[in-house]
Design a protein around this ligand. Structure first.
Ligand SMILES: Nc1ncnc2c1ncn2[C@@H]1O[C@H](COP(=O)(O)OP(=O)(O)O)[C@@H](O)[C@H]1O
Ligand SMILES: [Mg+2]
Length: 303
């Protein structure tokens, strides 16, 4: 994966973008798009076509299959570039900055909007982990037509975006979703630290974090009907400025009537109460917390 996507994007001209779009279009039907088809879609004079396709290959934005039938396919970086181009053209971002996190499933970058606000761009990567998740949640696997890494990455991005929209509408503390294209989504940047990096936790802050996180789990469960499914101190960001804790990283959520939903809810809540309890040195009652997030009581557990 190239380190500076923005530098790569900046070095491309309109022929290059057009060619990438042509390869993408052909990938609806071919994993490796026959070169004749790429030419037909790109409509570039031959000299400009070969110059550009060579450049894209060298930059590893497309991969060439040699053999009886020459063809081209997009790489992850090629797809990233098309997503960046889309966000720039729509005026969603003006510049892409450094990576803010390298997670299991995606690469998250900081970006600036034309008005100077900070946002993140998360590129979903469908790798081993995603396939595991898909297998684990079969109902979901059956509802999408997983034909390629690209479809899978797109499906995860779309899933995450849509659920963030619902969660935000219901008042949950999640990063506000801003835009989606292909396998990439833009969210509001939460200026803060991952809960796992919060070393000292005073009782007041711990109380805020616990109630924020449990409230968001409760909203997700009772109003949106879902369970996060991968909650831990690594997917909670505490923002000192805002004085709130936000839950991130939602693509693997399950509906509450799916087979493992109860187990997953229990595990999600357990990780959170265990982490906060340890940092403060008290035991938080798991069953009380579970009753609260299921909407069975109005009183959140106390620290
Ligand atoms: N909206 C955001 N604001 C600030 N940091 C974020 C945001 N989204 C993600 N990050 C950072 O990027 C990391 C990876 O993002 P995440 O959504 O958890 O994806 P992954 O599936 O890769 O774990 C997070 O742990 C966090 O540090
Ligand atoms: Mg994560």
């Amino acid at each position: 994966m190239p380190h500076n996507l923005w530098r790569i994007y900046s070095s491309l001209d309109s022929d290059d973008i057009r060619l990438l779009q042509a390869v993408e279009r052909g990938m609806g039907r071919h994993l490796y798009v026959p070169v004749e088809l790429v030419e037909r879609y790109a409509r570039l004079p031959p000299g400009r076509f070969s110059r550009s396709i060579r450049k894209l290959s060298t930059m590893k934005l497309v991969k060439r299959r040699v053999g009886s039938l020459t063809g081209y396919t997009l790489t992850y970086s090629g797809l990233d570039i098309l997503a960046i181009h889309n966000f720039v053209k729509r005026g969603i971002i003006e510049v892409l900055g450094d990576k803010v996190g390298l997670g299991k499933e995606g690469d998250v970058y900081l970006a600036l909007t034309p008005t100077g606000s900070k946002v993140t761009v998360k590129f979903h990567r469908a790798g081993r982990e995603s396939f595991k998740k898909v297998r684990r949640h079969r109902s979901y696997a059956l509802s999408i037509n997983v034909t390629s890494w690209m479809d899978l990455a797109k499906a995860f991005a779309q899933r995450e975006f849509k659920v963030l929209v619902k969660l935000e509408e219901e008042g949950a503390l999640v990063p506000a979703p801003i835009a989606l294209t292909r396998h990439a989504l833009v969210q509001k940047y939460v200026a803060g630290v991952e809960l796992s990096d919060v070393k000292a936790l005073d009782r007041n802050t711990a109380t805020t974090i616990l109630s924020d996180v449990l409230d968001t789990i409760r909203i997700a469960y009772t109003r949106v009907g879902i369970v996060h499914g991968d909650l831990s101190e690594y997917n909670v960001i505490f923002s000192d400025n805002e004085g709130h804790a936000f839950i991130i990283d939602w693509p693997q959520y399950v509906y509450k009537d799916e087979p493992h939903a109860d187990e997953l809810l229990r595990r999600d809540v357990y990780y959170i109460v265990r982490f906060i309890g340890r940092r403060v040195g008290v035991e938080i009652n798991l069953e009380d917390a579970l009753k609260y997030v299921r909407g069975e009581t109005e009183a959140p557990p106390q620290l």
